[in-house]
Design a protein around this ligand. Structure first.
Ligand SMILES: Cc1cc2nc3c(=O)[nH]c(=O)nc-3n(C[C@H](O)[C@H](O)[C@H](O)COP(=O)(O)OP(=O)(O)OC[C@H]3O[C@@H](n4cnc5c(N)ncnc54)[C@H](O)[C@@H]3O)c2cc1C
Length: 387
C-alpha cells in the first residue's frame, strides 16, 4: 500500500516483516483467550536485537534512534501482531539510560541488550488516584541502606514476563513539598526477589488480552542503591520518557491503522453482494478512504515527533499530537474495517475483532485522549489551567 511516509528504512522494515512472517495470525489469535503472552514472538524479537534498538552500542545495543524504534513497533502491529506485549522495554530502558548511575547502567543495560534481563514493566497507576499521578499514595521510606515500600498499584503490565520493574513512589509526604510533583522517586525493583517478599501480584482479565495486574506492597524492602536518579525528582525523570513513549505508541497505532485499511480494502474488493463488490458502493468505500487519509496524516506527525526527539529538540507538542492523531486514526480505521466485514468482522478467524479490541486501548492508555487535549489546550494554546 502506498504511503506518504519517507521511503527510508526499507532494510529495517524488510527484516521485521521476515521475522513477523514466522508468526502467522493463528499464533497471535490465541493471546487473550487461553494464553496471555506471546513468549516465542517476544523471544525472537529480543534474540534479533530489536528490543535493544535504543540501547547505545557501548552497552551492547544498536544505538538507533526513536525514528527506527517507532518503525519497529509499527511493523509488529502492521504485520498483525501486538507490540503492546513488549513495548515496555523500549521506553523503560530510556529512563535508566537518562537517569541511572554508571553502576546501574553497567549492571543492567548489557544484560537487557543480550536478553538475559527483561525490563518490561513500569508501575505508576494507582486505583484511588488514577490520572492524578502526583497524588499517588504508595510510599517509599528510607530505613538505613533500604527503602520500605507500602501501597497499591493497578494495571501494571508484563510483570510475569519481566525481571525488572520501574516503580514510582512518594518519598516525601505531599504536605511537606512546595509543588505536588516534588517528593516522588523512582526505583528499580528486582521482581524475582520482591514477589512473595512484600509484593503480591494479581492478574486482571481484560479486553485487549494484556498481561496486566493489580500489585500490593506490604513492607517490601529494596536496596537504597536501587533508587534511580535523584530522590524527590522521580516525577520529572518519568516525564522525560513520556515523549518517547507517546511516539512509540503512535507508531503502533499507525501500524494498526494500515493493517485495518489494508484488510478492509481487500475485503471490499472481493465480497460480492447485490452482484457487485461491496467496495463499489461509496457508502463502503469512503469510510475506508477517510480512515486512510487520517492514518497518513498521523504518520507524518509521528515522523516529525521522532525527528525532533532524535535531534535533541523539544518534541512535547508533536509527540502528544502524534499519539492523539494516531490513536484516533487507528480507531476510525478499526470501525471502518469491522463495518466493511459485516458479520464476519465478529468472527475470531478474521482477526478484525481482535485488532479492534487491541486498538481501542489507545484512547485510554498510556494517557487518555482528554489528558492530551488538556495538554494541548493549556501548554500549547495557553488557555487556563484546568487541574
Ligand atoms: C490494558 C492496560 C494496561 C496498562 N498498563 C499500565 C502499566 O503498565 N503501568 C501503569 O502505570 N499503568 C498502566 N495502565 C493504566 C493507564 O495508564 C490508565 O488506565 C490511564 O492512564 C487512565 O487512568 P485511569 O484508568 O485511572 O482513569 P481515570 O484517571 O480514573 O480517568 C477516567 C476517565 O476520566 C477522564 N478524566 C479524568 N480526569 C479528567 C479531567 N480532569 N478532564 C477530562 N477528563 C478527565 C479520563 O480521560 C478517563 O477517560 C494500563 C491500563 C490498561 C487498561
Amino acid at each position: 500500500m502506498q504511503t506518504s511516509a519517507p521511503e527510508t528504512h526499507g532494510d529495517l522494515r524488510d527484516a521485521l516483516r521476515a521475522l513477523c512472517a514466522q508468526f502467522p495470525p493463528e499464533y497471535h489469535r490465541k493471546f487473550g483467550e487461553n494464553e496471555t503472552y506471546p513468549v516465542e514472538f517476544v523471544d525472537a524479537l529480543t534474540r534479533e536485537g530489536w528490543l535493544a534498538a535504543m540501547i547505545p552500542e557501548e552497552y551492547g545495543g544498536s544505538g538507533l534512534g526513536l525514528t527506527e524504534a517507532s518503525i519497529i513497533m509499527e511493523e509488529v502491529n502492521r504485520c498483525g501482531g501486538n507490540a503492546g506485549h513488549c513495548h515496555g522495554q523500549m521506553y523503560n530502558m530510556g529512563t535508566l539510560l537518562r537517569h541511572g548511575s554508571d553502576e546501574q547502567k553497567q549492571k543492567y543495560l548489557p544484560a537487557i541488550a543480550s536478553g538475559a534481563l527483561r525490563l518490561q514493566s513500569m508501575a505508576v497507576t494507582e486505583p484511588t488516584t488514577g490520572t492524578d499521578t502526583t497524588k499517588l499514595k504508595t510510599t517509599a521510606v528510607r530505613k538505613g541502606d533500604r527503602y520500605v515500600i507500602n501501597g497499591q498499584k493497578v494495571w501494571i503490565s508484563r510483570i510475569q514476563h519481566s525481571d525488572l520493574m520501574i516503580l514510582l513512589a512518594r518519598t516525601t509526604p505531599l504536605k511537606d513539598v512546595k509543588k505536588k510533583s516534588q517528593g516522588l522517586s523512582i526505583f528499580m525493583v528486582d521482581l524475582k526477589e520482591a514477589i512473595g517478599n512484600g509484593m503480591e501480584v494479581r492478574p486482571i482479565a481484560n479486553m485487549p488480552g494484556h498481561e496486566t495486574n493489580e500489585v500490593f506492597f506490604d513492607n517490601l524492602e529494596i536496596p537504597a542503591e536501587n533508587l534511580i536518579g535523584t530522590e524527590g525528582r522521580g516525577f520529572y525523570h518519568i516525564l522525560d520518557g513520556l515523549n518517547a513513549e507517546r511516539t512509540l505508541i503512535a507508531g503502533e497505532c499507525i501500524g494498526d491503522g494500515y493493517w485495518f485499511v489494508d484488510k478492509a480494502r481487500a475485503y471490499a474488493g472481493e465480497r460480492i453482494v447485490f452482484d457487485r463488490p461491496i467496495g463499489q458502493n461509496q457508502g463502503v468505500q469512503f469510510p475506508i478512504a477517510k480512515a486512510y487519509v487520517n492514518v497518513e496524516a498521523a504518520n507524518l506527525m509521528r515522523f516529525e515527533a521522532a525527528r525532533r526527539f532524535d535531534a535533541g529538540q523539544d518534541c512535547g507538542a508533536q509527540a502528544n499530537m502524534a499519539k492523539l492523531m494516531a490513536a484516533d486514526a487507528s480507531w476510525e480505521a478499526a470501525n471502518a474495517c469491522i463495518q466493511t466485514h459485516g458479520g464476519f468482522g465478529f468472527a475470531r478467524e478474521y482477526d478484525v475483532e481482535r485488532k479492534f479490541r487491541e486498538a481501542r486501548l489507545y484512547q485510554v492508555a498510556p494517557i487518555s485522549t482528554n489528558l492530551i487535549l488538556s495538554y494541548v489546550g493549556e501548554h500549547i494554546l495557553g488557555m487556563p489551567r484546568s487541574f
